[in-house]
Design a protein around this ligand. Sequence first.
Ligand code: ATP
Length: 212
Amino acid sequence: MNIDQSKIPQATAKRLPLYYRFLKNLHSSGKQRVSSAELSDAVKVDSATIRRDFSYFGALGKKGYGYNVNYLLSFFRKTLDQDEVTNVILIGVGNLGTAFLHYNFTKNNNTQIIAAFDVDEQKIGTEIGEVPVFHLDELEERFPADTPVAILTVPAPAAQSISDRLIECGVKGILNFTPARLSVPDTIRIHHIDLAVELQSLVYFLKHYPNE
Ligand code: ATP
C-alpha cells in the first residue's frame, strides 16, 4: 500500500475524514465489506465520485463484492495520521470557542485542543472542558510545542494580527471561524468556515432550489 499522497487531489483529500468516520462505524458493527452505493447513501457523495476517490487509494472495488472495509480503514488511519494525536490550540473563548472546548474531538478524530487563549480577564486562569485558558499576551511563551493547528474564534478585526503571531509560533493550519479573509504565506493552510454565510446559503438554496 505504497501510495503517493501528493497525487491525491485536494477535493478527494477533503472527503477522507467523512469516509473514515463512516467506515469506522461499519467496522465496529462488524461489517467486512461495503459497496460504493451503500457508501454513497451514507455520506451523500455520488458513487462515481466515491469510486474515483477510492481508486486514488489503490482500493479497487470488486463487482458484486464492494470494498474491503479493513483495507480502507488501515489506509485512512495511515493517511490521516490517526495513530498520532494532533495538538490544536484555540484562540477566542466566546460562545463558539467555549462550545469547541467542551466538544470531544478525539471521539471522532485524533485531534485534541490542548490550550486556549483570550484577552478577557474573567476567563484567564480558568479551565473549560479541562483546557486551560491563558492570556493572549502570553501566546509566544505558552505556545505548546508540536501544535500545527489553531482554531480562530475571535472577533474578525483581531483575526489577522493573531494569525500572523500564530504562524510565527509555527502553526501550519488555521481553522478560521471569523468572517475575516486572512492573508498568509503560501505554505500555510487556511480553512474558512463562516457559519453565518453557510446558513444564509442554505436558506437561499431552500428558497430557490427546493427539493421536489
Ligand atoms: P462568539 O462569536 O464565539 O459567539 P461572543 O459573542 O461570546 O463569541 P466575541 O465578541 O465574538 O464574543 O468574542 C469571542 C471571544 O474572543 C471572547 O471570549 C473575547 O473575549 C475574545 N477576544 C476578543 N478580542 C480578542 C483578541 N484580540 N484576542 C483574543 N481573544 C479575543
